[in-house]
Design a protein around this ligand. Structure first.
Ligand code: SF4
Ligand code: SF4
Length: 333
């Protein structure tokens, strides 16, 4: 299985537009994987029709059983993240009818923009003075460490798998695509990236396709490590700026560390030909392949406005550069 992963030192380098063009150039002979799960946007160019949806669970979250809880407050005392809150029974009764999903954490009260901090403080103090103390978990603050469950004298806290998002298999006009949505404040996007990659490989195998094109995460953190590990080749997309030069070195270090062959391309190269040439030299000095340049071209923005990849709407300019880049990468494998 050939896995080509497109990455960059930072967001906004044009990585996703290039992936969408590669998808078009692959002519249905590649499965796409959007592994930029923290800011997924490949769907904006490919308009996928979702075929399958799957929940993504990662880590644990505590759930307090009100029937067993004695209201001793130990959980609040031991939680280092301030994630156990003293909720207000009255408030819960008032808002419960709004949503059956309400977990009585009182986060809405504490973060509501209509209230001032002093109002919130007064509310919390009043709630703490309640004759019937009610403790709840703030899901946005909870780190899932399990300390509250370990210390609860009434064994009233159960740890359950935490729902962190979902991943999907979709049909696009250029073939199958696996993508994901990370929940608000949900963590472990590295694990979700690994899930998306694994599923994309499986889809490719089932469809007898031997290529996966991955829109990787930007930067050098856990999600990008999960994007590149074991890939056949990484294409590092950079821009002709000083920060582009610096980012290239950091990303190159990462690909070298994980033993992934890497090539470099400079997007919008004609905006600064001098630095573009410097990046090409630096890439060779770093032992990377230099795959080519893409010129700045208003056709890219026009294509984006029409939810298309530039190679679908233009034949010259940047579209021609991307075709050349694709052919170079096919040769490099
Ligand atoms: S430690 Fe257990 S019993 Fe005490 S308030 Fe927390 S959940 Fe309830
Ligand atoms: S699992 Fe950890 S972070 Fe979450 S509420 Fe319990 S002690 Fe706090």
């Amino acid at each position: 299985m050939n896995e080509l992963v497109i990455i960059s030192g930072k967001g906004g380098t044009g990585k996703t537009s290039i992936v969408a063009s590669f998808a078009a150039l692959a002519g249905g002979q590649a499965v796409l994987a959007d592994c930029d799960v923290d800011a997924a946007d490949l769907h904006l160019l490919l308009w996928p029709d979702v075929i399958e949806r799957h929940d993504f669970y990662s880590g644990k979250e505590p759930s307090i059983d009100r029937a067993r809880c004695t209201g001793c407050g130990k959980c609040m005392e031991v939680c280092r993240f301030g994630a156990i809150v003293h909720a207000d029974d009255k408030h819960r009764d008032e808002v419960r009818h709004l949503s059956s999903a309400c977990r009585n954490c009182s986060f809405c009260l504490r973060s509501c923009p209509q209230r001032t901090n002093s109002d919130i403080q007064a509310m919390m103090e009043a709630s703490a003075a309640s004759a019937t103390p009610v403790y709840a978990v703030d899901p946005l603050a909870c780190e899932g460490c399990g300390v509250c469950a370990a210390f609860c004298p009434a064994e009233a806290i159960d740890l359950q798998p935490r729902l962190c998002g979902e991943w999907m298999v979709s049909q696009t006009r250029h073939g199958l695509m696996v993508h994901a949505k990370l929940g608000i404040a949900a963590e472990n996007s590295g694990k979700l990236v690994s899930t998306v990659r694994h599923q994309a490989r499986q889809q490719a195998e089932q469809a007898d396709i031997d290529r996966v094109i991955i829109d990787g995460s930007p930067g050098t953190g856990c999600p990008v490590i999960a994007s590149i590990t074991g890939a056949s080749r990484a294409l590092i997309v950079t821009e002709p700026t000083l920060s582009g030069c610096h980012d290239l070195q950091r990303v190159a270090e990462l690909t070298r560390h994980f033993d992934v062959p890497a090539s470099v391309c400079v997007n919008k190269a004609n905006l600064n030909p001098g630095i573009s040439d410097e990046i090409a030299s630096a890439a060779r000095e770093l032992g990377l392949g230099f795959a080519g340049t893409i010129r700045y071209d208003a056709a890219v923005t026009q294509a984006q406005l029409h939810n298309r990849a530039v190679v679908e709407t233009a034949s010259a300019g940047s579209a021609e550069d991307i075709r050349t880049l694709w052919n170079t990468l096919i040769e490099q494998r």
